[in-house]
Design a protein around this ligand. Structure first.
Ligand code: NAD
Length: 256
């Protein structure tokens, strides 16, 4: 078990990549705090972990609000006494060009995708220092590596996550805290299915929307959340001990 005795927070743990990763963390021996703004979803994932013999707790959080993230870390420390892993994963997407996008949607995307990573680091790092070190993974996207037209706020937010990761990692490299970003490609999660549903009207059907996404993948298929969890386990384990400050791409070859 690669994460034995570790205590890990997973934001956005109630769905998609966060759900798959929470389950893998449990299977690798970690105690998992499944944190999500949708408490029922987080609770269902925590229950599944516990049914499999893991130690999981669900906590409601809004990752864009400082008091909420601070309370999440405080509750973790009072329940488990330490924090080893912070997976800043919750994210959101609002489509739109710079002309079409509503100003409030720009602020929402920046709050949930970027402010969250700042807040996650701000409150998790002092807790990790008192536990003797730790590791942070921030979920970026390949959208942060190329001009993802039609989703300008999302693209800008994920590019910000990548460089925030670099800056955070250099500040804390000597503290025993490694900080990396992951850049998934197109992963089959509930949020991707919502995007397909919203494109279905324009493309004629949901099947046509799915085919459009698949046609852009060099491997001819979408990625699965568990394939992202595998990279995260590597980065958190001793096998990843010299990796810090980097965006790691798992996209089935899309960027290539
Ligand atoms: P998802 O919608 O399945 O899960 C996201 C979870 O985050 C949801 O349970 C939601 O309730 C939670 N959440 C949203 N806003 C929140 C907030 N303010 N506070 C707390 N929780 C909040 O999505 P997913 O596809 O698994 O995405 C997870 C991460 O991966 C996101 O950061 C997303 O941008 C990123 N990503 C996804 C893909 C993809 O193709 N699915 C690709 C690249 C990057």
């Amino acid at each position: 078990m690669l994460l034995n005795d570790k205590v890990a927070i997973v934001t956005g743990g109630g769905s998609g990549i966060g759900e798959a990763t929470s389950i893998r963390f449990s299977r690798e021996g970690a105690a998992v705090i499944v944190a999500d703004m949708r408490f029922r979803k987080a609770e269902a994932v925590a229950n599944q972990n516990n049914d499999e013999g893991g130690h999981a707790t669900a906590i409601e959080v809004d990752v864009s609000i400082a008091e909420s993230v601070e309370a999440l870390v405080d509750k973790t420390l009072s329940q488990y006494g330490r924090l080893d892993v912070m997976f800043n994963n919750a994210g959101t997407l609002r489509p739109g060009s710079v002309v079409d996008l509503e100003v409030d949607d720009w602020d929402l995307v920046m709050g949930v995708n970027v402010r969250s990573v700042f807040l996650g680091g701000k409150f998790a790092i002092p807790a990790m220092l008192s536990s003797g070190g730790g590791s942070i993974i921030n979920t970026a996207s390949i959208s942060g590596l190329h001009g993802d037209g039609g989703a300008v706020a999302y693209a800008a937010s994920k590019a910000a996550v990548i460089n925030l990761t670099r800056a955070m990692s250099t500040d804390h490299a000597r503290d025993g805290i490694r900080i990396n970003a992951i850049c998934p490609g197109t992963i089959e999660t509930p949020s991707l299915h919502e995007r397909m549903d919203s494109m279905a009207e324009k493309l004629g059907s949901k099947k046509a929307a799915e085919e459009w996404f698949v046609s852009r993948q060099p491997m001819g298929r979408l990625g699965q959340p568990d394939e992202i969890a595998s990279l995260i386990i590597y980065l958190l384990s001793d096998a990843g001990s010299y990796a810090t400050g980097q965006p790691f791409i798992v996209d089935g070859g899309t960027i290539a």
